[in-house]
Write a protein that binds this ligand. Structure first.
Ligand code: ATP
Ligand code: MG
Length: 588
């Protein structure tokens, strides 16, 4: 059972500047749209500011002198200006949304593609749910930031600049007063943001860990139930839930503090301006229209500054999310094919392992110098107790993992000089633990070779004895497999697995315990199918039940990562060694 503390919090944030730059580079694909958006933002802001400024001539030239017709004309003009502004912002919003979604789609695609090319080791060492959380939460945050926060940020900055310019134009003295309160606003906002940033990050990590945990519990539900571990799971959950609650609460608290604080500062500023403005107007002849326009601006001024500070929060969360996403994108993929890697054609299937040393972790060697020669078309069997390293040997051929030293060749070509695609296409693997995708039985068998016709699929199924059970399924070949084929028995899964390998029709077959879950009668059937399937192919089979490999050309006995005996069934029996005792143990 998983423990809360097994999810480490990553404490190595890269520089935010670098992450932001990278986000921008993702958007740069749509440069022309971005320029258009920028222009629209400027139009929107200009219209808004101009509208506010028009209050000045409206009061000074039309209201105070009592020019009613002029006033109506000006009001009409004012409406037009505002409408233009609204239209510009509206269009801008639509476009930005489009860019934001496109950008997020690109990032998501990069993340997914990288995931497809990560070495298996990555999945051994990272919780699935943590990866899922990067897909969902982190991408969501980026999406929010790119569609809303970024444009708001741009328009806030431009608005502030525009307002300051117009304020100075109307009254430098009042502007000076306003600008005194700005640093106050700015620094208090920044103080808050700094505090909340830390908690936001912690919140993201805790969320990832919690998702990982929940995911594991869902898929491992049966195990939890069987051993009655619900209490413990709930306790573990409570711990992790609490770990999320604390930073989430604090992050919200600090970002929530922002608004009221800013409002108060803004009101303070408003009051100051009104008093000084009134005095100026009484004693210095400052125009009333100017004061009205200025008050409008000073009220508008607080808003973008507020926004900037809270937008900063969103952007912060987005950058933290982006960092986590980029971390995965930056993971080193499976080692690239070596330059000049060859593509295998007409594979004969002559396989040699020479002195192969391998450990999943460098410090724990599993295979200790494995050497053997599988001639093309031969049937090689691997036997040995559990944990001896049989599956590990299989893992080496498709290069799921790379060997530490030694050499593996296929048709005298070292496998690390064969392109991965062509290497993997030359072999079919029936894994010890199979996986099925949501889809029909037909589609799942076709997974072995995507261009196989329905007839090919059915032929392969008949060939491998899967047909007889498939035709008894509710919808035959069209029966939907869901949730990793949970509606199949273990034996049926195995049969589908074998059919999948048969449809791939490769020169090399790797079978890991292909018949382990099958009843004796079906086993005979499958054995026939497999024997036929193995005709003319190099096959490597792992079997616990020795009856299934009697006719192998070579049987190798593996013990703690070493081949301790090899030969035919008769030779090994005559030797009265390890194989003999394994055999005795099974049949007597
Ligand atoms: N992904 C992995 N990461 C680290 N160690 C692993 C991994 N897979 C297997 N091992 C270790 O490698 C050793 C050999 O495992 P392997 O799966 O090859 O055994 P096996 O002979 O196939 O056993 P079985 O008959 O039970 O299938 C075991 O000690 C196991 O703990
Ligand atoms: Mg195994």
């Amino acid at each position: 059972m998983p423990h809360g503390n097994q999810y480490k919090i990553d404490s190595k944030p890269k520089t935010p500047v670098k992450t932001i730059r990278r986000l921008i580079s993702y958007m740069a694909h749509e440069r022309s749209l971005l320029i258009l958006i920028f222009v629209l933002i400027i139009i929107g802001i200009a219209a808004n500011l101009a509208g506010s400024y028009m209050v000045r001539p409206i009061i000074n030239k039309y209201i105070l002198p009592g020019d009613f017709h002029g006033l109506v004309r000006m009001l009409f003009l004012l409406a037009v200006v505002y409408l233009i502004g609204v239209a510009a912002i509206y269009i801008e919003y639509i476009m930005l949304n489009k860019i934001g979604q496109n950008t997020v789609a690109r990032i998501r695609a990069d993340l997914f593609k990288k995931m497809e090319h990560l070495p298996l080791k990555y999945f051994d060492t990272h919780a699935n749910g943590d990866l899922m959380s990067r897909y969902t939460n982190d991408i969501d945050r980026i999406s929010d930031a790119l569609t809303d926060s970024l444009s708001e940020m741009m328009s806030s900055i431009l608005t502030v600049i525009g307002i300051i310019a117009l304020m100075i134009f109307i009254s430098p003295i009042l502007t000076f007063i306003t600008l005194i309160t700005v640093p106050l606003m700015f620094f208090s906002a920044r103080g808050i943001v700094k505090r909340s940033r830390k908690h936001f990050k912690a919140q993201q990590f805790a969320l990832g860990a919690l998702n990982g945990f929940v995911e594991e519990i869902i898929s491992g539900q049966k195990v939890t139930k069987v051993f009655g571990n619900e209490r413990k799971v709930e306790a573990d959950f409570d711990v992790m839930n609490k770990k999320l609650k604390v930073p989430a609460e604090k992050a919200q608290l600090f970002s929530g503090l922002m608004m009221p604080l800013m409002m108060n500062l803004s009101t303070l500023n408003y009051v100051l301006i009104t008093i000084v403005g009134a005095l100026l107007s009484i004693y210095r002849g400052f125009d009333v229209g100017g004061l009205a326009a200025f008050l409008q601006y000073s009220r508008q001024f607080g808003r973008p500054i507020n926004e900037l500070a809270s937008l900063y929060n969103n952007l912060q969360a987005a950058v933290a999310g982006a960092e986590r996403v980029f971390q995965v994108i930056d993971e080193s993929p499976e080692k690239a094919d070596s330059p000049g890697a060859v593509t295998l054609s007409e594979v004969k299937g002559d396989i040699i392992m020479h002195n192969v040393v391998f450990g999943y972790r460098p410090e724990k060697i599993i295979l200790k110098g494995i050497t053997f020669h599988a001639y093309a078309g031969h049937k090689i069997a691997l036997v040995g107790v559990t944990g001896a390293g049989k599956t590990t040997i299989m893992n080496m051929f498709p290069r799921f993992f790379d060997i530490q030293s030694g050499e593996i060749t296929i048709d005298n070509q070292p496998i690390d000089r064969i392109s991965r695609t062509s290497l993997r296409r030359s072999m079919a693997i029936v894994l010890q633990d199979s996986h099925f995708f949501t889809g029909t039985v037909l589609e799942n068998i076709r997974y072995g070779r995507l261009d196989a016709t329905d007839e090919d699929v059915m032929a392969a199924a008949k060939f491998t004895a899967a047909h007889s059970f498939i035709k008894h399924l509710p919808q035959g070949y069209d029966t939907l497999l869901e949730n990793d084929g949970a509606n199949l028995s273990q034996g049926q899964r195995q049969l589908l697995n074998i059919a999948r390998a048969a449809v791939a029709d490769p020169p090399i077959l790797l079978l890991d315990e292909a018949t382990s879950n099958i009843d004796p009668r079906s086993e005979i059937l499958i054995q026939k199918g497999l024997d036929q399937l193995m005709q003319g192919r190099t096959s490597l089979i792992i079997a616990h039940r020795l009856s299934t490999i009697r006719n192998a050309d070579v049987i190798m006995v593996l013990e703690q990562g070493e081949i301790v005996e090899s030969g035919t069934h008769e030779q090994l029996l005559a030797k009265r060694g390890k194989y003999y005792s394994l055999n005795e143990a099974q049949f007597n």
